[in-house]
Design a protein around this ligand. Structure first.
Ligand SMILES: C[S@@+](CC[C@H](N)C(=O)[O-])C[C@H]1O[C@@H](n2cnc3c(N)ncnc32)[C@H](O)[C@@H]1O
Length: 441
């Protein structure tokens, strides 16, 4: 099939069933994990180790579909101008209405192909291209178009389907293509046919046991059946192919979006005592190779989903675990913007009042592996962060007021000891981006 014919089929598919099929009344305001992933502050800090001001930032939702993620981008990035593009006119209409419904006015939506992005003359601070690139007839062309629409220093979030993780779905798609279910634009009849085939197969048959979920038989799940078994243009890729695309477009990798899901040591029974060969390989292999190894060992991630930057010559910031004491003394601490949520603040205050630890990971689990919490005195020390950024020095003073003596020896705590304890906690919380620590000027 030629590129134009494929684009037409994709357009028809998403005009028929705009994605995602989330009703306009559903607000993502409390979806803190998703907002964390859609907040420019997250990848910006990972690269620069600085906070970003999103007022008037230009944010493009590339392949915005029905606009649920555009709404997340608007919620997560206050004051930003949100631009959405999508091949499907009907999806764009939905997206436009959705943002209007929530009162976001600094927005615009265009029914154009990603490949034609240059028509808009954008210079974006951030491009979010989620669940789109794997559909393009030529992903390289799409990547180049986005690279050209980024400002120098702009950040791209982009993903491809993993060919390894999704292999059984591609078998199913090939089967249904051969059966003629994808010749025209697949709609209700094709979805019913897919359900019929799977229902009739023995539960032990390979394809059914690998990918069929009885939930798919529910009429509400029709869009999911379409998106997995009958998706026009769906293709799988390897981690090296993704990195080749980045390199060809002159983009520099920042980090995987769900980075905890790509850690090789966690696949071993004893992560702290790896077989000698693995310990050596992991110490030496470049990050793309490690990610590829993860995909080969344990293909659990459907998406090869990452952030990359269009370099502008600014070197990455130094992570806080490399800082000297004098850097710490001058630093300023911010709460991650998505933790400034009222519910999180109220919980923090209640926990402090009741002398209970404050568990950050209960609100944003995405960057954590297991529970991440701080004890009562530290939680009380951090409370002013809900009012705004705080110099480390003033947090240390507050800590000294709250905990003036050693709990065991009852000796007065020195300022140096207080600094050490506060910074140890900030260092730990920074690893999960619950706090963002900026160097002083
Ligand atoms: C799976 S949906 C993802 C929608 C949205 N990004 C999200 O994650 O919720 C894929 C979207 O990409 C759009 N699309 C596919 N190919 C495109 C292209 N070449 N240019 C622009 N949009 C495209 C489709 O119309 C569809 O709305």
């Amino acid at each position: 099939m030629n590129s134009q014919a494929l684009l037409d089929k994709i357009r028809q598919q998403f005009d028929g069933v705009p994605y995602p099929s989330v009703p306009v009344e559903k607000s993502p305001k409390d979806e803190l994990n998703d907002l964390f992933a859609h907040s420019l502050a997250t990848p910006y800090y990972l690269y620069h180790r600085r906070m970003v001001d999103t007022t008037n930032a230009v944010i493009l939702d590339a392949g915005c579909g029905s606009g649920y993620k555009s709404l997340m981008l608007a919620e997560a990035n206050p004051g930003a101008r949100i631009v959405g593009v999508d091949l499907s006119e009907r999806s764009v209409e939905f997206a436009r209405l959705r943002l209007q419904y929530y009162g976001f006015e600094n927005t615009e939506f265009h029914a154009i192909a990603l490949e034609d992005l240059s028509q808009l003359g954008l210079q974006c601070d951030y491009i979010d291209c989620d669940e789109v690139l794997y559909l393009l007839p030529d992903p390289q062309q799409g990547m180049q178009a986005m690279q050209a629409a980024l400002k120098p220093g702009g950040i791209l979030r982009v993903n491809l389907h993993s060919a390894i993780q999704r292999q059984p779905y591609y078998r199913a798609q090939e089967l249904f293509r051969d059966m003629g279910l994808m010749d025209d634009n697949p709609e209700e009849a094709a979805i019913e046919a897919v359900i019929e085939v799977f229902k009739a197969l023995k539960p032990s048959s390979k394809l059914r046991s690998e990918i069929w979920n009885p939930r798919y038989e529910n009429p509400d799940c029709a869009p999911e059946v379409l998106a997995n078994f009958l998706l026009q243009g769906d293709k799988g890729f390897s981690v090296p192919q993704m990195f080749d695309l980045l390199e060809a477009a002159g983009l520099e990798f920042i980090r995987m979006v769900h980075w905890r899901g790509w850690e090789i040591p966690s696949l071993f029974q004893q992560p702290d005592d790896l077989p000698a060969l693995w310990a050596m390989v992991l110490a030496e292999a470049p990050e793309p190779m490690q990610l590829y190894m993860h995909d080969l060992l344990h293909p659990s991630n459907r998406l090869i989903d990452l952030w990359a930057i269009k370099p502008d010559g600014t070197p990455p910031g130094d992570p806080v675990d490399t800082w000297t004491e004098s850097q710490w003394r001058q630093a300023v601490v911010h709460l991650h913007p998505q933790l400034r949520h009222d519910l999180v603040r109220q919980t923090a205050i209640q926990n402090v009042q009741q002398g209970r630890p404050m568990e950050f990971s209960q609100f944003i689990a995405m960057p954590a592996r297991g529970e991440v919490s701080v004890d009562g005195a530290i939680a009380a020390t951090l409370l002013p962060l809900w009012d705004g950024p705080q110099p480390v020095a003033s947090l240390v003073n507050r800590y000294l007021t709250l905990k003036p003596r050693h709990l065991v020896t009852l000796e007065p705590l020195s300022e140096d000891e207080a600094l050490l304890q506060v910074c140890a906690t900030l260092n730990r919380l920074d690893a999960f981006l619950y706090v963002l620590v900026e160097p002083g000027l």
